[in-house]
Design a protein around this ligand. Structure first.
Ligand code: SAM
Length: 480
């Protein structure tokens, strides 16, 4: 039976409820009166405390997704853009993945790291190699990483991940430092999540891959990841262990997108119902070609148009949740996705183990084919050109603004008074320390314009003087 508060995955991601909701969406996809009322319900409202948004339930959001009226679609994209601007402004947070090890004992049919793939080069970085990768990432300008590793208790035990985190945080190369390491490793125990929490991780990210239990079991035929409930209940264990910020995601292309969309939103509703705070981020990866993997065999690929509509509908349904898109997508799709609701992107990514210290992008241990192969500087220059503010900010979690404290600030719009100046200061760090001449010049012009948009005069003055310090001294890491 469907119960969003249940601790049992099959009750909070309930198959019958998803089927009923899909039916409801089909019955109402041309009900323009209902659709207009949903768009009205989801619209941001200005209150005394700032912007407020109600979001939509999975059922309501499914109706928007099912509707294929051109005019309504235009309204959906417009509303997603308005919501994003209200809560995230024009800031885009940057990060890069860091692959530690591709040893894996699972049998995931879509992933080249699966145990039976004898083609792929197996690699596990030593601590010295990790330090070199981190220095290379810092030389690009990165401050925020997502740590990736296959599931292999012998080769990649939790002790290895913890030691690696220590190494990552200890590297201080020139003016660089990694200030937030998010972690994307397999579902584990509360005890191990506590260890990750103590190691100072940012978000714990775990993609569901597919919410359809039968498909999930077929796509994960062997290894610990085969256990649907263990995997789906992982975020609850992480939150129980004290990790406030958790990230969800679906690997689009594995199963029917509408089912996945419903599951994803039900998962977010469940976290909110049980822990009082929803997911910190939602990622929207699509299956890509990789060694031993042909995405076409899954037969559920979605068009770019539908992919962008999914992003817009997620943005409308969960207005306060950060949304991430990776270099799996090409420049054009990423450009459109930014307007549809994405708030975080990766840049200059290498998806192989040890890739950042290689001159030429290596393919031998790669997890998937990267579509956006631009350098970080090119991505930053491109964001600036479109008047997005590239942000390397990691202040929130270091100031204790995580979980419900972050959401409370975000929900009242107060986050704007910290995020906007922090984004500008970290962009200035990037421009001074790492940018090409051209990016530096366009970036500094954008900062000058954007300083004017800091609402509080006092904050504006402090921010300007800190930006001057960053330009002229080695003082870094100022934050509100
Ligand atoms: N081992 C961890 C786990 O099981 O969750 C970390 C997973 S992996 C390093 C990160 C993510 O890459 C996976 O969760 C999956 O969604 C995605 N991935 C795997 N194969 C892929 C492919 N062929 N194309 C695109 N994404 C893929």
């Amino acid at each position: 039976m469907y119960n969003p508060k249940s601790t049992n995955a099959e009750e909070f991601i309930n198959h019958e409820e998803i089927l009923d909701s899909l039916k409801y969406a089909d019955e109402n996809k041309n009900n323009l009166e209902l659709i207009d009322s949903l768009l009205e319900k989801a619209r941001p409202r200005k209150t005394e405390k700032g912007w407020h948004c109600q979001g939509l339930t999975h059922r309501e959001a499914l109706v928007l997704l099912a509707c294929d009226n051109k005019e309504i679609n235009r309204k959906i994209f417009k509303l997603a853009e308005v919501i994003k601007k209200a809560f995230y402004g024009n800031r885009i947070v940057l990060f890069a993945p860091l692959y530690l090890s591709n040893y894996c004992i699972n049998g995931c049919l879509y992933c080249p790291y699966h145990l039976k793939n004898k083609n792929i080069a197996r690699k596990k970085l030593t601590q010295t190699e990790i330090a070199a990768e981190v220095a290379a990432l810092q030389d690009m300008g990165h401050k925020r990483l997502a740590i990736e590793a296959g599931e292999d208790p012998k080769n990649n035990p939790i002790e290895y991940i913890l030691e690696s985190l220590k190494t990552i945080y200890s590297v201080k190369h020139k003016n660089g430092s990694i200030r937030r390491a998010n972690v994307n490793i397999a579902a584990t125990t509360i005890e191990e999540y506590k260890m990750l929490k103590d190691a100072g991780i940012g978000t714990y990210i775990l993609f569901q891959e597919t919410y359809h239990k039968e498909s999930y079991e077929r796509l994960h035929p062997t290894g610990p990841k085969h256990d649907y409930c263990w995997h789906t209940e992982a975020h609850d264990r992480a939150m129980e262990a004290g990790i406030d910020d958790v990230g969800l995601g679906v690997l689009f292309g594995l199963d029917k997108y509408r089912y996945e969309f419903a599951g994803l939103l039900m998962h977010a509703e469940h976290l909110e119902a049980v822990h009082g705070v929803g997911p910190h981020t939602i990622s929207v990866p699509r299956v890509k070609k990789a060694d031993d993997i042909d995405p076409d065999v899954f037969d559920n690929g979605i068009s770019d148009e539908m992919f962008l509509k999914i992003i817009a509908c997620i943005r409308i349904a969960v207005p306060y949740t950060g949304m991430i898109i990776s270099t799996r997508e090409n420049e054009e799709t990423r450009r459109r996705a930014l307007n549809a609701g994405i708030s975080q992107i990766s840049g200059g990514s290498r998806t192989s183990v040890g890739g950042y210290t290689e001159k030429v992008r290596p393919h031998d241990s790669e997890q998937f084919d990267v579509s956006d192969t631009r350098t970080l500087d090119e991505v930053i220059g491109w964001l600036i050109e479109q008047k997005h503010i590239p942000s390397f900010c990691t202040a929130c979690y270091r100031e204790g603004r995580t979980g419900d404290r972050f959401m409370a600030l975000c929900k009242t719009g107060q986050i704007q008074n910290c995020c906007h100046p922090n984004a500008l200061m970290t962009l200035q760090e990037y421009l001074t320390d790492y940018a090409s001449k051209e990016t530096k010049s366009t970036g500094e012009k954008l900062i000058a314009e954007e300083l004017k948009n800091i609402p509080r005069e006092k904050t504006r003055e402090i921010c300007s003087s800190r930006i001057e310090k960053i330009k002229t001294t080695d003082e870094r890491d100022f934050r509100f």
